[in-house]
Design a protein around this ligand. Structure first.
Ligand SMILES: [Zn+2]
Length: 244
């Protein structure tokens, strides 16, 4: 019997797990091929597995039938983001190469108003630079489907009105392959806006998908144990009425 492989590498653009010795994960390699441009550095607040409390919270914030439940979930996510930023803003600044003067949410693929905009507005450090610059473009974006034309900068608040040359932090709620976030990055760059990086609240990890993903997940659990943090890194009480 061969020995069980252990360890994992960290993908340079997305900081997700990759096969040891590889600088890029499969998703980032695919996205670079599709977008034909370098990817922006991604920082994720909380890794989670499908079905975890964080996953239910993210689903509740987007899809709970009752507005009140969506609002409670948004408040909890904003609290997680505020606490994380209060402790880790220096790490984020190092990762993004310095401060940003625009904060741009990734538009929703289904809803006219993206829930991430409400989330950003509830976090003062982000809200003060928040601008709605992006709308959906003529080409689709989906898991692993990235496009330079997946989003467009709006003409009324866009690069023609003083944003050109400024540095943007792109914010999204959840991160699976990065296709939507990196398509948003591409659209901003095409409009002349420099992108400092991408901040996401939750990153999906699939420990069953590959041994290095399992090893990465074990390290997440170990870190939480050492830091005595709960599942979604910062506390919060279960929200009644969340989808299961
Ligand atoms: Zn990656």
């Amino acid at each position: 019997m061969g020995s069980t492989p252990v360890g994992f590498g960290i993908c340079r653009p997305c900081e997700g797990p990759t096969r040891p010795g590889f600088a890029l994960c499969y998703c980032c390699t695919t996205l670079i091929g599709r977008l034909q441009m370098p990817l922006a550095p991604v920082t994720a607040v909380t890794p989670y597995r499908v079905g975890d409390g964080m996953h239910r919270l993210l689903r509740g914030y987007k899809d709970a039938p009752m507005a009140e439940v969506r609002s409670i979930c948004t408040s909890q996510l904003a609290g997680i983001l505020r606490r994380w930023l209060s402790e880790h803003v220096d790490r984020l600044l190092a990762r993004t190469g310095g401060p940003w003067d625009l904060v741009v949410g990734v538009p929703s693929s289904q809803r006219p108003v993206a829930p991430v905009d409400a989330l950003v507005d509830a976090v003062p450090l982000l809200a003060r630079h928040h601008v709605s610059l992006l709308v959906r473009g003529p080409e689709p974006t989906d898991h692993l489907v990235a496009s330079r034309r997946g989003f467009e900068v709006t003409s009324n608040g866009g690069a023609g009105c003083g944003e050109r040359g400024r540095r943007a932090l792109v914010v999204d709620d959840s991160f699976t392959t990065g296709a939507r976030a990196q398509s948003a990055v591409a659209a901003l760059r095409i409009a002349g806006i420099r992108v400092a990086g991408v901040l996401v609240v939750g990153r999906v990890v699939a420990p069953d998908a590959a041994w290095w993903q399992a090893a990465y997940w074990d390290s997440v659990i170990e870190e939480r144990r050492a830091a005595r943090t709960v599942e979604w890194a910062g506390g919060g009480h279960p929200v009644a009425g969340l989808p299961r």
